[in-house]
Ligand binder design. Structure first.
Ligand code: FEO
Ligand code: CA
Ligand code: CA
Ligand code: CA
Length: 643
C-alpha cells in the first residue's frame, strides 16, 4: 500500500493561522482579497469545457454556471502544513521514496534515508514538479506522470554528502527524472496502485532516443555514443506539457549545473553557464566521468531538450525532440491551430533568456501517439521579440535565414537548435525576466510567468524594456499575448496581465497591481478546463519572509479570473516549499498539486543530522525528513474544485 498521509492533512483548516495571528500587512492583504471577492461579478454560463485533444477537464452538466472563482480566499501562512479554503480537504500521496509500483519491486521508504540506489530506482524521486493526470477510467482511475526536478543530497542519503561515493551518485541520479504511477479514487480518497503494469521510472541514466535536426549531429556524439542518437537519462525535469495525441512532455531545465567544466570554458560553454568546479555541488563527475565536460565536452549538448514520453505504452522509449530547441526549458505547452498543427510555447527560465514557440509542419492526425510519432520533429522554431506599444514579432530560428549562417558559427539547423541562445542573441529576441510556465486561456491569450530578475537594470546588465519594465524586479510579473490570426501568427499584441508585488510597497519597482490577494515570484501557471488561471509562486527560500517579500508568507497557489484579473489565494504550502505543477481529473473534482522541497534550508543542502530543522511535512513526526509529495485537493462535498 502506498503510504497515506490523510490523517495529517485532512480538514487542515484547523491549522490555518487565525486572522488575529497574521501580521498587519498580511491581514491587509487578506482583507483586500476578501473585499475583491465580494464584488466579483458572476460570469455568464461556463464556456465549452474542452481542452486539447479531448483531454477535457471539468465536464458536462456537472459544470453548471456561476462565478469562475467561488471559494473563499485564504490568508498567507507561515505554518508547516498545506492549507486550503474552507470546505476543501487535502491529502498527500506519492511522496519521495514511496514505491512507484514496479512489478516485483516495492521497496518501502526508509525514513533514515538509507534506501539504496537500486531501491530508489523503484521509488518516487525527489523534488516533484510538472504533473499530469492521464485518465484510464475517467476520473476514477488514471496515471499520474510527474517530474522530479533535482535532489537535496542532505536528505537523500542517510549521512548526506559525507563519504561521497559512486553509490550516492547512482542514488541521486535515480531520484531525478520522471515517475509514472497508477492512481485510483474510492470514496473521495486517492491511492497509488501497487503494483501497476503502467508504473515506470525514468531517471538520469535511462536510455533515451534523440530525434530532429540535432540527432546524430557531430556536436551530439560522445565516446559512449558515437551515433549521437542514444542518450542516457533526463535531467532537472522542471515544467511539463501534454500533447493532443496523449503523450507527456518533460522539460530539462538547469542541466548545466550537473557538469564540471574545463579550466578555460569556450565562449559557447560560457554562454551556457558551464564552469569549472561544478559549482552547484552535485559532484557527479567525481564518480561518473560523463558529467565531466572537460573530458566529454559534448555530453552537455545531450541535455536541455523537451523529452516526449508515451505513458500509455509501458514499453515506449522517451525521445528528446531537438526541433523545439535546446534551452533551460521550463515547460512546453501545446496549442492547436485551426488546421490542427501543433504550436508549442516554451519559456527558458534564466535571467535575460527567451520565450520560444515551435510550429509543427504537419497537422495532428487521428490515431494517437503512434500516428503522431514524428509530429514534433518537423516545423519551425521562433523566438519572441516584444516591441514597444504592445506589439511583438516571432523571429524564426532557421539555418540560412538572416544571421544564422555558417559564417556566424551555425553549420546547419542542428547547430542552430543546439545553440538556440546564441541564435536568439543574433536575431534580437527580447531578453526576459526568467520566463517560466506558459498556458492559453479560453479567449486565446497566451500567458507566461516571469519569476523575477534582480539583475534587471543593474551594472553590466540589460536595462528595463517595455516587456520587462521594472529594475531589480524582485516580484516578477505575468505577460500575455494574442497572436494575429492563429497560433502560428508571426506578429502579436501583448500586455501585462499583472505586475506581482504588494500594492503598498514603497519601492516603485516592487509595487504590484494585483487585484485581490497579493503574491510574488509567479512560476507555475496552468489554465484548467473551466478557464481558471492557476498561479504558483517560487519565492526563493533564502529571500522568503524577508524584506520586500515579508508580507507574502510562504509559497502558495492562487486562482485568477483571466477576464476580470481578480486573484484569490487557494493554497499555502508548508515551510520552505515551492508549489509546483497542477492537474485535475476530467470531472474537475480532484486536483493534484505538487509540493517541492518542503523544509529547504535557506543557505545550503539540508543537514542530515537535523533533517526536520525547518519542516517535517508531510509525515509530521519529530525527526521526519521533509519530503516532496503530491497533494490531492477536493471539495468536501465532492463539487468542482475552484467553484
Ligand atoms: Fe524549475 Fe524555473 O523552475
Ligand atoms: Ca518552475
Ligand atoms: Ca522555479
Ligand atoms: Ca524549487
Amino acid at each position: 500500500m502506498a503510504k497515506d498521509f490523510s490523517a495529517m492533512e485532512d480538514s487542515n483548516r484547523s491549522s490555518n493561522p487565525s486572522i488575529h495571528d497574521i501580521s498587519e500587512p498580511s491581514r491587509r492583504t487578506f482583507l483586500r482579497g476578501s473585499a475583491a471577492a465580494a464584488f466579483l461579478a458572476p460570469l455568464s454560463g461556463l464556456t465549452a469545457l474542452t481542452a486539447l485533444g479531448g483531454c477535457a477537464t471539468a465536464g458536462g452538466s456537472a459544470a453548471g454556471s456561476g462565478p469562475l472563482l467561488g471559494f473563499a480566499g485564504i490568508p498567507i501562512s507561515n505554518a508547516d502544513t498545506v492549507t486550503v479554503p474552507p470546505g476543501y480537504v487535502s491529502q498527500a500521496i506519492a511522496a519521495w521514496g514511496e514505491p512507484v509500483g514496479l512489478s516485483g519491486e516495492l521497496p518501502a521508504f526508509k525514513p533514515d534515508g538509507s534506501n539504496s540506489a537500486a531501491e530508489q530506482l523503484a521509488q518516487f524521486g525527489m523534488h516533484h514538479d510538472g504533473i499530469h493526470y492521464f485518465a484510464i477510467e475517467g476520473s476514477k482511475s488514471g496515471l499520474l506522470v510527474m517530474n522530479h526536478e533535482y535532489v537535496d543530497d542532505g536528505l537523500l542519503h542517510r549521512d548526506g554528502l559525507a563519504q561521497w561515493s559512486a553509490e550516492k551518485v547512482r542514488k541521486a541520479q535515480a531520484a531525478h527524472g520522471v515517475s509514472v504511477c497508477e492512481v485510483t479514487e474510492k470514496d473521495g480518497r486517492w491511492q497509488v496502485v501497487l503494483p501497476s503494469p503502467w508504473a515506470r521510472r525514468f531517471t538520469a541514466s535511462t536510455p533515451m532516443a534523440v530525434s530532429g535536426p540535432a540527432a546524430g549531429h557531430a556536436l551530439m556524439k560522445t565516446a559512449a555514443d558515437p551515433s549521437g542518437r542514444r542518450v542516457l537519462g533526463t535531467l532537472n525535469n522542471c515544467g511539463s506539457g501534454i500533447t493532443p495525441w496523449g503523450t507527456y512532455l518533460t522539460c530539462e531545465e538547469n542541466f548545466i549545473f550537473y557538469f564540471n567544466g574545463p579550466d578555460t570554458p569556450s565562449a559557447h560553454e560560457t554562454r551556457w553557464g558551464l564552469r569549472k568546479g561544478n559549482p552547484a555541488g552535485y559532484r557527479w563527475h567525481e564518480h561518473d566521468a560523463r558529467f565531466d565536460a572537460s573530458k566529454h565536452p559534448n555530453e552537455p549538448h545531450r541535455f536541455g531538450w523537451v523529452v516526449e514520453i508515451d505513458p500509455m505504452n509501458p514499453s515506449s522509449t522517451p525521445i528528446k525532440r531537438t526541433a523545439m530547441g535546446r534551452a533551460a526549458h521550463e515547460g512546453a505547452t501545446v496549442a492547436l491551430t485551426r488546421d490542427r498543427r501543433a504550436v508549442v510555447y516554451m519559456g527558458e527560465d534564466a535571467r535575460f533568456e527567451y520565450i520560444y514557440k515551435f510550429v509543427s509542419r504537419d497537422a495532428v492526425k487521428p490515431g494517437g501517439a503512434a500516428a503522431n510519432s514524428e509530429l514534433l520533429d518537423h516545423g519551425t522554431l521562433y523566438v519572441a521579440r516584444f516591441d514597444a506599444e504592445g506589439r511583438g514579432r516571432w523571429l524564426p530560428l532557421v539555418h540560412g535565414q538572416g544571421p544564422l549562417s555558417a559564417a556566424n558559427g551555425f553549420a546547419d539547423q542542428g547547430e542552430v537548435v543546439l545553440k538556440s541562445r546564441q541564435a536568439s542573441d543574433l536575431l534580437g529576441g527580447t531578453k526576459m525576466d526568467r520566463p517560466e510556465w506558459i498556458d492559453v486561456d479560453k479567449q486565446g491569450w497566451v500567458y507566461c510567468t516571469l519569476t523575477n530578475n534582480s539583475n534587471r537594470g543593474g551594472k553590466d546588465h540589460p536595462a528595463v524594456d517595455a516587456a520587462n519594465p521594472r529594475a531589480n524586479n524582485s516580484m516578477g510579473h505575468i505577460i500575455r499575448w494574442k497572436e494575429d490570426g492563429d497560433h502560428d501568427g508571426l506578429v502579436f499584441e501583448w500586455n501585462h496581465f499583472v505586475l506581482a508585488g504588494d500594492p503598498f510597497n514603497e519601492r516603485a519597482e516592487a509595487k504590484g497591481n494585483v487585484k485581490g490577494d497579493t503574491f510574488a515570484c509567479p512560476d507555475g501557471l496552468w489554465v484548467d478546463g473551466r478557464g481558471v488561471l492557476w498561479i504558483q509562486t517560487d519565492m526563493s527560500t533564502s529571500a522568503m519572509g524577508k524584506g520586500e517579500l515579508a508580507v507574502m508568507g510562504q509559497n502558495q497557489m492562487l486562482a485568477a479570473d483571466p477576464q476580470t484579473g481578480e486573484v484569490r489565494r487557494f493554497l499555502t504550502g508548508p515551510i520552505g516549499c515551492e508549489v509546483t505543477g497542477a492537474t485535475m481529473t476530467p470531472d474537475g473534482r480532484s486536483m493534484f498539486v505538487n509540493i517541492q522541497h518542503p523544509g529547504e534550508s535557506p543557505s545550503e543542502r539540508s543537514d542530515p543530522a537535523q533533517p526536520d530543522r525547518f519542516s517535517n511535512w508531510p509525515d509530521k513526526r519529530p525527526g521526519a525528513r521533509p519530503r516532496s509529495a503530491t497533494v490531492v485537493i477536493r471539495r468536501a462535498d465532492g463539487g468542482l474544485v475552484g467553484t
